[in-house]
Design a binder for this molecule. Structure first.
Ligand SMILES: [Zn+2]
Length: 481
C-alpha cells in the first residue's frame, strides 16, 4: 500500500484598508448600491489613466515587514490580460516578475509543534467586478455586473508549498489573518470578501521528491471551507490515483452546499495571460529610509504580544496564542490587566466563559456587551467573597446578555454569598439533625457523606452559601459529635 503525502500552498488575497481605490478616488466602502462607486478610470473607459494611491504601497510595505519579507528598492506593475465581463478593461493591473515583497515567512503552531511556512512573494493588484447571475449560471438568460469592486486594492500573498495537512493550512490562514489585523493593513472580513484564499493541493507518494499534479481550488472564503476543501480534495486525488487515473492540472471550485470540489476549467499558465509591463504607471521606487520610517511605526505584532504575555505575566503559551488571535481580544485582556493583577484569572474567564458565550451567540469581542471594567468588578466581588465563583458564572451570563454591571445584577437577584457563621450554622445543624444515618456513615469513614451534606446545605441556601466556609463549619460540627 502506498502512503501519500499532501502538499499545500496558499494564495491569499487581502483587501488593503484604504478609503479610496487603488488607481482612482472612488470609495472602497462595502455594501453600496451596485455601480454607485465607479468612475471612468475603474470602469475602464478608453483614454483614462491610472494614478497610484500611495497608501496602497505603504500598507504593502507594512505587510511585507510583518511577514519578514525583503522589500526590493524597485518593483513594477504589469498587465495580466484576460477576457471576462467582470473586468471592463480586459486586463488586470497586477505585478508579475517584480513584486513589492518577496522571500518572507510565517511561523505557525499546530498542536504545540512550531513550523515555519515560507512566503514566496506578495504583490499588489486591483480587484475585479462582480457578476450577479439571475438564477443558475448555466441556464440564466442574462447576468448583471457590479463594478464597485473594480479597482479595490488587493495584496496577493503567495506561500511556498510548505503545508502538509488541512490543519496546517488552517493554522497558516488564521495566523496570517491575525498578522494582517495587528499590522492594521486589512480588516480581513472573510464574509465580505476582504480576505479570500485559493489553495494549490497535490499528493505524492511519501518520500518522492517531485510534486504531484497540482490542483487549484478557488473561492475558499472561510477557515472551515479551506479545511473541508483540502480534506475532500486530498481524498479525491488519492482515490483517483489508486484507481489508476491520471490527474490533470486544473482549477476547481468549492461547492459549499454539496461540500465537494467541482472542475471549473483547465489550469491556465502564466503565459496564457500575456503579461507585459504596464505602460501607464511608472515603477514603484522604495527607499531604505522609507522602509525604516515605516518599520519604526509598526505596531506590536502577535508574536511579540505572545512573548510579552508569557514573559511578563507568566501565562502558558497556549493562553498567549489564543489571546493574540485578534487585536481586539488582546486590547480587552490588556485593559483588564491594567485594573486587575492576576493575568491567569483574567485569561481563564476570557478563554472559558467569555469565548463560550461569544461562540454560542456568534458574536465578536468588539461588540460584546461586557466591558473589561465589568469583568474586573466581578472578579473583585468573587475575590472579596461577596459571590462564589459558581455564582460568578451566572452573573457573567447576565452581564453578557444585557450589559448590566455585576453589582446591579447581584442586587437585583439577591445573589449575595452567605459567609457569616451566624447564618450558616443553624442551617448546617438542622441538616445534620435531620440525617442521623448519614452522620453514622461519616463516622464509619464514608467520604461521600460530606458531599451529601454540602449538597443539601447549598440547596437550602439556593447556592448562596460560601462553599469554603460550609466545608470548614461542617467538618468542625461533624467531628464534634
Ligand atoms: Zn473609480
Amino acid at each position: 500500500m502506498i502512503i501519500y503525502e499532501t502538499v499545500i500552498g496558499l494564495e491569499v488575497h487581502a483587501e488593503l484598508k484604504t478609503q479610496s481605490k487603488i488607481f482612482c478616488s472612488c470609495s472602497t466602502a462595502f455594501g453600496a448600491e451596485p455601480n454607485t462607486q465607479t468612475c471612468p478610470v475603474c470602469a475602464g473607459f478608453p483614454g483614462t489613466l491610472p494614478l497610484l494611491n500611495e497608501k496602497v504601497v505603504e500598507l504593502a510595505i507594512k505587510t511585507g515587514l510583518a511577514l519578514h519579507c525583503e522589500i526590493p528598492p524597485i518593483s513594477k506593475f504589469d498587465r495580466k490580460n484576460y477576457f471576462y465581463p467582470d473586468s471592463p478593461k480586459a486586463y488586470q493591473i497586477s505585478q508579475f516578475d517584480m513584486p513589492v515583497c518577496k522571500k518572507g515567512y510565517l511561523d505557525i503552531d499546530v498542536n504545540g509543534s512550531k513550523q515555519r511556512i515560507g512566503i514566496t512573494r506578495a504583490h499588489i493588484e486591483e480587484d475585479a467586478g462582480k457578476l450577479v447571475h439571475q438564477g443558475d449560471i448555466t441556464t440564466t438568460p442574462f447576468s448583471l455586473v457590479d463594478l464597485n469592486r473594480c479597482g479595490i486594492p488587493l495584496l496577493e500573498i503567495v506561500s511556498e508549498p510548505d503545508m502538509r495537512s488541512s490543519a496546517e493550512a488552517r493554522a497558516y490562514m488564521e495566523k496570517l489573518r491575525s498578522v494582517l489585523l495587528f499590522a492594521g493593513v486589512s480588516d480581513c472580513k472573510m464574509e465580505e470578501g476582504s480576505l479570500r484564499c485559493d489553495a494549490n493541493i497535490s499528493v505524492r507518494p511519501a518520500g518522492q521528491k517531485e510534486f504531484g499534479t497540482r490542483i487549484e481550488i478557488k473561492n475558499l472564503n472561510s477557515f472551515r471551507a479551506l479545511e473541508r476543501a483540502v480534506e475532500y480534495e486530498v481524498k479525491r486525488q488519492i482515490e483517483a490515483l489508486e484507481d489508476g487515473e491520471e490527474l490533470v492540472q486544473e482549477t476547481r471550485t468549492w461547492d459549499e452546499d454539496k461540500q465537494i470540489t467541482r472542475s471549473m476549467r483547465s489550469k491556465e499558465e502564466a503565459h496564457d495571460y500575456r503579461y507585459f509591463p504596464e505602460p501607464d504607471l511608472p515603477p514603484i521606487s522604495i527607499s531604505r529610509e522609507r522602509i525604516e520610517e515605516i518599520k519604526a511605526r509598526m505596531p506590536e505584532m502577535p508574536e511579540q504580544a505572545q512573548m510579552r504575555l508569557v514573559r511578563d505575566y507568566g501565562l502558558p503559551e497556549y493562553d498567549a496564542a489564543i489571546l493574540t488571535l485578534s487585536p481586539e481580544t488582546l486590547v480587552f485582556f490588556d485593559d483588564c490587566l491594567s485594573r486587575y493583577p492576576d493575568a491567569k484569572v483574567i485569561s481563564n474567564w476570557m478563554m472559558g466563559e467569555l469565548s463560550r458565550l461569544l461562540n454560542q451567540s456568534n458574536q465578536d469581542i468588539s461588540n460584546c456587551k461586557i466591558k473589561p471594567d465589568d469583568l474586573v468588578q466581578m472578579l473583585r466581588l468573587i475575590e472579596d467573597g461577596t459571590i462564589s465563583g459558581k455564582m460568578g458564572k451566572a452573573v457573567f451570563e447576565e452581564m453578557f446578555a444585557d450589559g448590566k454591571s455585576p453589582a446591579i445584577i447581584i442586587k437585583e437577584k439577591g445573589l449575595v454569598q452567605i459567609s457569616d457563621e451566624g447564618s450558616l450554622l443553624p442551617v448546617i445543624e438542622g441538616i445534620i439533625q435531620a440525617n442521623p444515618k448519614v452522620v453514622e456513615d461519616y463516622k464509619n469513614g464514608k467520604d461521600k457523606a460530606v458531599g451529601f451534606f454540602v449538597g443539601q446545605i447549598m440547596k437550602s441556601t439556593r447556592g448562596q452559601a460560601n462553599p469554603a466556609m460550609v466545608n470548614k463549619l461542617l467538618k468542625e460540627k461533624l467531628d464534634s459529635l
